[in-house]
Ligand binder design. Structure first.
Ligand code: NAD
Ligand code: TDX
Length: 345
């Protein structure tokens, strides 16, 4: 099979490329990535050595480039990871989120329709369901929970999901959607909670926890997410949505304390900073459907996954130190300078 993976130079897409190359060496993987600030070709260095892997630098919003590529490659499956993915950036500048996440999805589905792709898979997020209250631990997101978004990011992902369902119903495009909880693991860009805290703790820099740090996220090791997508694209039912999550809810502050402990750093580095606007309180996925229909279960326990992740960041310092020392530093100063100053007032 010939599989298009968009956004494969990013965190989850790259982990998916490596899983596919390992588990399905008979398939061919073509990766399209625009190489935004979040895309890193360095991450795909080993994949580039495989004969059944091709990298194409292109924007999924570029209709001509996508149609030309689909005409040339005759894809069987499309897996769309490409997106602007950081909530804080979407609050500062929503436009690019609407462009890439919604219009880019439309271009890919138009090309999939035109060239008879057998499966179009949309990688979505649990954030499309909004949030749950902290005092109702009995509540979980199921596939039928109404979409109710909080940030421009989650709204753009929900918009794309609605469009995917429309393409299935109106044009008969064979689609599936997966909605996963928070991922962690190798190659995650250090703007996200876990790698940011690891990088800052190692540099003995302040650890900026938004608000009280009591917000809850449901963490899943990235490889488990990739395995779920692999099952869905091969065995999942067309037209369906699958939630993916590991029943591993944790408060942000507890994650940061675990990282301090693992690195032998003082919790005095923790600084409570101005909260994120519209900050979702709790995400919690009910993964019963994917378990019952496809037999998926998470394999990595958080206690092991976080140690593996910390070890990866220690062993691959050159990968993230280059990011932290470059253009990303401007982002960091813009995003956190005022937040930290606000709480010092
Ligand atoms: P990421 O930001 O690390 O990677 C995104 C990749 O997409 C980058 O390589 C970037 O260069 C590429 N890209 C961005 N715009 C593009 C465009 N217009 N054309 C082509 N490529 C483009 O993101 P991630 O964390 O790996 O997330 C991947 C997908 O999974 C996203 O769709 C995201 O919404 C979803 N998701 C992420 C999480 C999570 O915890 N990170 C959880 C659930 C779902
Ligand atoms: O410096 C920080 N301090 C802090 O307290 C950062 C970066 C985050 N946080 C908090 C905000 C959230 O409650 O930690 C939590 C996790 O934040 P992020 O890593 O930004 O992830 P989140 O907003 O939960 O969204 C993630 O999960 C769903 C991904 O970024 C999305 O792409 C995915 O769809």
């Amino acid at each position: 099979m010939n599989i298009l993976v968009t956004g494969g130079a990013g965190f989850i897409g790259a982990n998916f490329v490596y899983l596919e190359l390992k588990e399905h060496p008979e398939d061919r993987i073509v990766c399209v990535d625009k190489l935004t600030y979040a895309g890193n070709l360095e991450t795909l260095k080993k994949a580039m050595q495989c004969d059944n892997f091709r990298f194409v630098k292109a924007d999924i919003c570029d209709r001509k480039a996508m149609f030309d590529l689909f005409a040339e490659e005759n894809f069987d499956i499309v897996v769309n990871f490409a997106a602007e993915s950081h909530v804080d950036r979407s609050i500062e500048n929503p436009e690019i989120f609407l462009q890439t996440n919604i219009l880019g999805t439309q271009v890919l589905m138009d090309a999939s329709k035109e060239y008879g792709v057998k499966r179009y898979h949309q990688v979505s997020t649990d954030e499309v369901y909004g949030d749950l209250p902290l005092n109702r631990p009995d509540l979980f997101f199921t596939e039928t929970t109404p979409l109710k978004t909080s940030s421009p990011y989650s709204s753009s992902k929900a918009g794309a999901d609605l469009l995917v369902n429309a393409y299935h119903r109106t044009y008969g495009l064979p689609t599936t959607i997966s909605r996963c909880s928070n991922n962690y693991g190798p190659y995650q860009f250090p703007e996200k909670l876990i790698p940011l805290m690891i990088a800052n703790a190692l540099a003995e820099k302040p650890l900026p926890v938004y608000g009280e740090g009591v917000n809850v996220r449901d963490w899943l090791y990235v490889e488990d997410h990739c395995k779920a997508i692999d099952l869905i694209i091969r065995n999942g039912k067309v037209g369906e949505v699958y939630n993916i999550g590991g029943h591993n809810e944790m408060k942000n502050i507890d994650i940061v304390k675990i990282i301090c402990k693992a690195l032998g750093k003082s919790e005095d580095l923790i600084v409570h900073v101005t909260d994120r606007k519209g900050h979702d309180m709790r995400y919690a996925i009910d993964p019963a459907k994917i378990h019952a229909e496809l037999g998926w279960l998470p394999e990595t326990r958080f206690a092991d996954g976080i140690q593996k992740t910390i070890k990866w960041y220690l062993d691959n310092k050159e990968w993230w130190e280059r990011i932290v020392s470059g253009e990303y530093q401007n982002y960091y100063d813009n995003m956190y300078g005022d937040r930290i100053k606000d709480v010092e007032k």
